[in-house]
Design a protein around this ligand. Structure first.
Ligand SMILES: Nc1ncnc2c1ncn2[C@@H]1O[C@H](COP(=O)(O)OP(=O)(O)O)[C@@H](O)[C@H]1O
Ligand SMILES: [Mg+2]
Length: 322
């Protein structure tokens, strides 16, 4: 009997997407975050030396941070550095319509993993929606029992599984305490600082470049933005540059920036960066180079920076010669 959509019992894809190491991007990170990750990687690379002193490298990390801060990108990058494919597990794929089957789905996932000869890097997205605290309120006993069974099943599998694993959440405090304790590293992914914002903007505006002062003004006005929002902003401007003239849109700087600001919006729960509040009146808009060029040479020279405080004045004799 041919089924319309045969379920591949053994495939990882039934639980999410498999991302190849070669597809990973290099994230732009703050120094402390970079240091924390490098420490973890160094530990993993020192596996043999650790084993000699009866230790194992830590294998599980919990990433917390608001959506768009780069949790998925970072996990994928780590998997890439380890040369492993990453299974991006979608919580809904582990949650059966019939709640009581969720425990079964988890069992199936770890079964598939065990039968594979090649290791994978597990990434649980939106982990809080799946590994929420166990409950005992008695309000909805069946739901509570099913959920508690799911968590107990997850704990049992976590204790037996020895592969790399990252779980991502925006609500670390909602995660079941016992599950939380199974994660040996906790990394909080903060919004990028000004220096990182400059780099992120420069990356996503490429091949276009902009003079330092304009890039700084833009980075300053985007305080509070996630990397995701900055990427969308920069890419949307590039898209306008290509598509706008064909569509007959008004292409002056103010028109383009205001169209982009209205179609690329920060998440309602996130703070609004200044650029979105001031729009055309923001210094970053005023300083935004227009049109954008691919070489700095195509912009008028930047005025020399004003030096405050002690300046070295070249000594000149009244006669003229040095
Ligand atoms: N540190 C970073 N450097 C460069 N780009 C980033 C960074 N973090 C996120 N991005 C970009 O922002 C987008 C959203 O990132 P993502 O990893 O999906 O965030 P999250 O998983 O936290 O919601 C991606 O397109 C990614 O390329
Ligand atoms: Mg994500």
């Amino acid at each position: 009997m041919g089924e319309l959509f045969p379920v591949q019992i053994d495939s990882l894809q039934q639980f999410g997407d498999v991302l190849e190491p070669s597809e990973a991007e290099e994230p732009i990170l703050s120094r402390p975050l970079r240091a924390a990750l490098l420490e973890w990687l160094t530990e993993i690379w020192a596996k043999d030396e650790l084993e000699a002193v009866k230790l194992q490298p830590r294998k599980r990390a919990l990433f917390s941070g608001v959506p768009g801060t780069g949790k998925t990108t970072l996990a994928h990058h780590l998997a890439g550095r380890l040369g492993l494919p990453m299974l991006l597990i979608r919580p809904e794929r582990l949650q059966s319509k019939y709640m009581s089957d969720s425990a079964g789905l988890i069992g199936k996932l770890f079964d598939v993993l065990k039968r594979r000869s090649e290791p994978v890097f597990l990434f649980f997205d939106e982990f809080d929606s799946f590994a929420a605290k166990r409950m005992n309120s008695g309000h909805n006993q069946t739901v509570e029992q099913d959920h508690n069974l799911t968590i107990n099943t997850l704990l049992a599998h976590l204790d037996r599984y020895n592969g790399f694993m990252v779980a991502a959440t925006n609500f670390a405090d909602r995660i079941d305490e016992a599950v939380w304790r199974r994660f040996e590293i906790q990394i909080s992914i903060e919004l990028p600082g000004e220096a990182e914002r400059r780099h992120i903007l420069a990356r996503y505006f490429a091949p276009f470049v902009m003079p330092e002062s304009a890039l700084t003004a833009l980075a300053v006005s985007m305080e509070g933005a996630t990397p995701a929002l900055m990427r969308q902003f920069a890419e949307h401007i590039k898209r306008q540059i290509v598509v706008g003239p064909k569509a007959g849109w008004e292409m002056n700087r103010a028109a383009v920036i205001s169209r982009v600001l209205s179609s690329v919006q920060p998440h309602p729960d996130a703070g609004k960066p200044r650029l979105w509040s001031l729009g055309a009146k923001d210094l970053a808009t005023v300083k935004f180079p227009w049109p954008l060029h691919k070489s700095l040479k195509d912009y008028p020279a930047e005025p020399a920076p004003v030096v405050h405080g002690e300046a070295v004045v070249p000594f000149k004799r009244p006669g003229g010669e040095a």
